[in-house]
Design a protein around this ligand. Structure first.
Ligand SMILES: Nc1ncnc2c1ncn2[C@@H]1O[C@H](COP(=O)(O)OP(=O)(O)OP(=O)(O)O)[C@@H](O)[C@H]1O
Ligand SMILES: [Mg+2]
Length: 261
């Protein structure tokens, strides 16, 4: 089967303070339709860089990125990136509804646009806040607006860069479950960057760990935990704990040592 999004022998070199720096080298990743793949790695390992290249926001220096089998040049249709920084992603002078409409208003008529916006806001549980301004909402709600904006475009691929990184544990858990539910309804392909090992194991079908300098994929781990997953019962399973343990080890932690970023 043709993967929805893939990269082969990917290499990325970026300008550094003292010359070009090779950030990624020999990265091979292939993500199937409706698959949920997380990317982990220590700070500065190249996760955001990899996501930007997969989304066509940054050109590869070597190798190839394909979407549905076709080499990409710029952001492919149907591939949407959600960033961590929700506060700067929403337009304060537009209501929630009009923020969510942003990605579709140029190409859809009013009736279809309204229907899509309502559908997306319902999926993230914010339909009743549609006519408010985003700055009146909590951080978690603002992030849900950003996610609704991405969903309104009916993306085939969602690329998410630490989307819940700035949120408290309760809000994070509830957004993880909403994302899980939305994905099972829409069969969106999701590539999800996170620092949070528990989050990656909980949400993913497969996770990869970037390491080295330049970085490549050091560990690939299938997560065969049954779905739907539950915040308490899934995290009590012996196989969940075993998978979590393996990821911590791949990130360089040993038992008894405090976590390093
Ligand atoms: N625009 C840029 N120009 C030059 N170097 C960059 C640029 N963006 C990132 N880098 C460098 O690329 C490396 C990887 O950065 P990247 O942001 O991809 O890491 P990351 O894994 O997402 O880190 P974090 O977990 O802190 O978000 C870093 O050394 C960084 O300094
Ligand atoms: Mg990053």
């Amino acid at each position: 089967m043709t993967p929805t999004i893939s990269c082969t022998d990917l290499e990325v070199t970026l300008p550094g303070a003292s010359g070009a720096v090779n950030i990624l080298a020999g990265v091979n990743l292939s993500v199937a339709k409706a698959e949920f793949v997380s990317i982990l790695g220590t700070s500065g390992s190249g996760k955001t860089t990899l996501l930007r290249v997969l989304g066509g926001l940054l050109p590869a220096t070597g190798g190839e990125v394909r979407c549905d089998g076709t080499p990409i040049q710029g952001p492919p249709d149907g591939v949407v990136t959600v960033f961590q920084d929700y506060a700067h992603s929403l337009l304060p002078w537009r209501t929630v509804r009009r923020n969510v409409a942003l990605g579709i208003e140029a190409r859809l008529g009013r009736a279809e646009r309204d229907e899509r916006v309502d559908e997306a806001l319902t999926m993230v549980g914010l339909l009743e806040r549609a006519d408010e301004y985003p700055w009146r909402l909590s951080g978690g709600m603002q992030q849900r607006v950003q996610i609704a904006r991405a969903l309104a475009t009916r993306p085939r691929v969602l690329l998410m860069d630490e989307p819940f990184g700035a949120l408290d544990a309760m809000t994070k858990a509830s957004l993880q479950d909403q994302l899980q539910q939305v994905q099972s309804l829409t069969e969106t392909t999701i590539v999800f960057v996170t620092h949070d090992v528990e989050e990656a194991v909980y949400l993913s079908d497969r996770l990869v760990v970037l390491n080295g300098s330049p970085a490549d994929i050091g560990l690939t781990l299938d997560i065969p935990l049954p779905r739907p997953r539950h915040q308490i019962s899934t995290k009590e399973r012996a196989d969940y704990l075993e998978l979590r343990h393996r990821v911590y080890e791949a990130l360089g932690h040993t038992v008894g040592e405090p976590a390093r970023g």
